[in-house]
Design a protein around this ligand. Structure first.
Ligand code: ZN
Length: 189
């Protein structure tokens, strides 16, 4: 197919169509006009869908977690995957905000999913001085103290009580936070 200077817009449009038809039938299209059609229509979308695919993958199992919180009601992780074979799991909680603990304090508490509502309510009743955690309740599997802006804290706990396949939830027990600041914790072998 030869391009000529006197080709009108209509002719070029028709050429594009015939070029696409040629591509669709896998017979190829040798003219230069075919190059921009291919790159503009396919590359960006392919990259975007690959990125989305990666984000939807389950989290990688780990024995140590760096969890970031701030002046908002959110953990930087939506879900966690722990290996029972770790033996011990470390939680490093860091508050990158500016607000004091009494205003926007956060902690990280782990219980069975079925116990969250009751444990969170009990936590509120024991107050900030007790980190909103009733430590006498052995349904609490692990917990950190409440921290405010600029603070950080770390804990380690045994995976002995964690059962593969059971449903666990981590949450913040600061009053009003547990509804938004929570996520599932999965245990694998
Ligand atoms: Zn919180």
């Amino acid at each position: 197919m030869k391009k000529s200077a006197h080709f009108g817009i209509t002719a070029i449009f028709i050429f594009h169509l015939s070029c696409l038809v040629a591509l669709a039938s896998l017979s190829g299209c040798s003219d230069d006009l075919s190059a921009p059609i291919i790159s503009n229509s396919s590359d960006p979308r392919v990259e975007l869908s690959e990125t989305e695919q990666v984000n939807q993958d389950p989290p990688s199992a780990s024995c140590s977690f760096d969890i970031i919180v701030g002046d908002y009601l959110k953990f930087n992780v939506n879900e966690m995957l722990v290996q029972k074979s770790c033996g011990s799991v470390s939680i490093n909680l860091k508050h990158e905000g500016n607000l004091a603990a009494k205003m926007m304090g956060h902690n990280w508490v782990l219980t069975r999913t079925s116990d969250v509502t009751e444990i969170a309510a009990d936590g509120i009743s024991v107050g900030l001085s007790n980190n909103y955690v009733n430590t006498e309740d052995n349904r609490i599997l692990a917990w950190t103290k409440i921290i405010g802006g600029g603070e950080e804290t770390s804990i380690s706990f045994s995976t002995e009580k964690l059962m593969v396949g059971d449903e666990y939830t981590f949450f913040c027990s600061f009053p009003g936070h547990s509804f938004g600041m929570r996520g599932p914790l999965y245990v694998e072998i």
